[in-house]
Every structure is written in structure tokens, then in C-alpha cells.
Ligand binder design. Structure first.
Ligand code: BEZ
Ligand code: FE
Length: 306
């Protein structure tokens, strides 16, 4: 009957995984055991503390539903989502920076004509978004699906509303780039908003004296055939939470200057109610294996694509 002291125990657990057939899985499991054991040794973790952690993780799982993923939120607020993003996008070579997908992507969006007001029924300051998609040499990419989504003036995504199934999408659409790689649409100026605080993750944020806010942003998922799928946001310059995003998702290159305009028409020549805001941005795509595929094939969590 083997007996182990606390150091030998780690080696014994690692040996117990010695027959794992896939070398990558074996490596991941071994490193996980090492990191967890190191944590317990370093902190002299008490039974009460370990019990608290298990209760917290249990409540995190219990909060998950087909439309709510509390574990992803936990990964986001602990910076793990952005770290996974960072280690997988080390060499951008001029490609647009990436950031977290977030829990409010609901799968493939409905294609809409350029210029559509995707927030037509919502109150808020009006914004015109104009953009182009190119490769790293500046070649314009036509026919590229671009999914966009953002929060409303109260800081909620359409999918958070209890009547979402019946009222359908708002502030959410897909545009297909034209022959010059362009797409454009109307919407409202998004505002900063808190991540959900009615679960264990929000509880942790508030109890640890962090704030739950994300700076205002619009999400983009650009999925061109032959290029890496680009999951990113554009943040509104000047937002007071840019330096303290609760999910650590801000990158300088993703902060977009928003111009306040008083012209009587918007860039597509249609009348505008003054004042309005103009967001202009160009996305640069890195060559890769994107196939204009369904979101599930992009590594989007199935519960979000429901
Ligand atoms: C979001 O941007 O929608 C988001 C991202 C991470 C956690 C919560 C919300
Ligand atoms: Fe968001």
C-alpha cells in the first residue's frame, strides 16, 4: 500500500495518467495536476477554503443554462479568456487585434442590406458605422460575412430580454461586404454596461471590490474564406472604463474615434437627424483556415449558438 508525502503525491498522480494515449491530452492533464498541487502547497489551503471553492464552482455550474454560461464569465473575469486569446494570436503581422467573444453571440445572424438601421426601434443617439475588410496587403475582400452585435441604451443585449424568442433580434445583424470590401449600417451609440451580477461570478466581483463594468463597444465577427476568423470589438474612444474593463478585453488598436457630426445626410446620402455619430474602421485579415463556416465550426460554444 503506497503512502505519499505531499511532494510524492504529485508524482504519483502524474504517474497514474501515464497511459493516456493522446500525448497532448497527457501533457495538459499532467500540467493541470502540477499547477493545482503547487497552488495547494503554496497557500497551505485549509479544508474550509477548499470547501468554499467547491461550493463556488458548484454554484457556478448550477447557474448555467442553455442561454447562460457562468463558467465562461468566470474565465472572462479571471483574465483566462484573454490569456487564451493572447497565446493563440501572438503574431498579428498587421492583422486586426482580437478580443473575447463574450456570452451574447447567439449564432449565425440574419443577413441585412447595407445601411439597415439595426436598432430602429430603440431609443439612443444615432450612429453610422462604415467599414472595409482587406487582407494584410490592402486587397479588398468582397463577399465576406460580418456579424455585428452590441448592447442597447440600458446596457442589455437583445438575447438577455425575456421576450427575445418572440420579438427577435435587435442591435444584431450580418452584413456581407460589397465588391469594394465595404459594409455600412445604422445603429445607436452603445453604452458601457455591467456583466451579469446576479450569479456567483458577479458576487465574487462585488465582494472583491472590483467593478462589473465593460466599456462601450460593438462586437464584430469577420469570417472570410481563406483567412483566420476575426473575433473582436471596437471600443468607443473616451469611455471611462477603457482602463479597467472587467474582462481585460481592451487593446489600443481596437479603440475607435467616434466623430460627432451635424451634416444633414449620412455617408450613404440618406437624411440624418442631427447630431449623429460616425464610426469608421478597417479590418485587416490574416491568412488562415476560415471557410465562412457556421459559428459552431469557429469554436463558438454550442450553448451560445443555441
Ligand atoms: C460582452 O462583451 O458581451 C461580454 C464579454 C465577456 C463577459 C461578459 C460580457
Ligand atoms: Fe459586449
Amino acid at each position: 500500500m503506497p503512502q505519499f508525502d505531499d511532494a510524492e503525491l504529485t508524482a504519483a498522480v502524474i504517474r497514474s495518467f501515464g497511459e493516456v494515449p493522446d500525448p497532448r491530452v497527457k501533457f495538459l492533464v499532467e500540467e493541470l495536476v502540477k499547477s493545482l498541487h503547487d497552488y495547494v502547497r503554496k497557500t497551505d489551503l485549509t479544508f474550509d477554503e477548499w470547501g468554499y471553492a467547491i461550493d463556488f464552482l458548484t454554484r457556478t455550474g448550477q447557474k448555467c443554462t442553455s442561454t447562460r454560461q457562468e463558467f465562461i464569465l468566470l474565465s472572462d473575469v479571471l483574465g483566462v479568456s484573454m490569456l487564451v486569446d493572447a497565446v493563440n494570436h501572438r503574431q498579428r503581422n498587421g492583422a486586426t487585434e482580437t478580443t473575447v467573444l463574450g456570452p451574447f453571440y447567439v449564432g449565425e445572424h440574419k443577413p441585412m442590406p447595407h445601411g439597415t438601421d439595426i436598432s430602429a426601434k430603440l431609443p439612443g443617439e444615432r450612429m453610422f458605422v462604415q467599414s472595409r475588410v482587406t487582407d494584410l496587403e490592402g486587397k479588398l475582400l468582397a463577399g465576406v460575412p460580418v456579424d455585428v452585435w452590441h448592447a442597447d441604451n440600458d446596457g442589455y443585449y437583445d438575447s438577455q430580454r425575456p421576450d427575445y424568442e418572440t420579438t427577435g433580434p435587435s442591435s444584431r445583424a450580418r452584413f456581407i461586404t460589397d465588391a469594394e470590401g465595404k459594409f455600412f449600417f445604422r445603429t445607436i451609440l452603445p453604452c458601457s454596461y455591467p456583466i451579469p451580477t446576479d450569479g456567483p461570478v458577479g458576487e465574487m466581483i462585488l465582494q472583491t471590490r472590483r467593478h462589473p463594468m465593460r466599456p462601450a463597444h460593438v462586437h464584430f465577427l469577420v469570417n472570410a474564406k481563406g483567412y483566420e476568423p476575426l473575433i473582436t470589438h471596437l471600443f468607443m474612444d473616451g469611455d471611462k472604463y477603457l482602463d479597467s474593463d472587467v474582462v481585460f478585453g481592451v487593446k489600443d488598436d481596437l479603440i475607435s474615434k467616434i466623430e460627432k457630426r451635424t451634416d444633414a445626410t449620412m455617408p450613404d446620402g440618406k437624411p440624418a437627424k442631427s447630431p449623429w455619430h460616425l464610426m469608421t474602421y478597417e479590418f485587416h485579415m490574416k491568412p488562415g483556415a476560415g471557410a465562412g463556416a457556421a459559428p459552431q465550426a469557429l469554436g463558438v460554444r454550442p450553448s451560445e449558438a443555441a
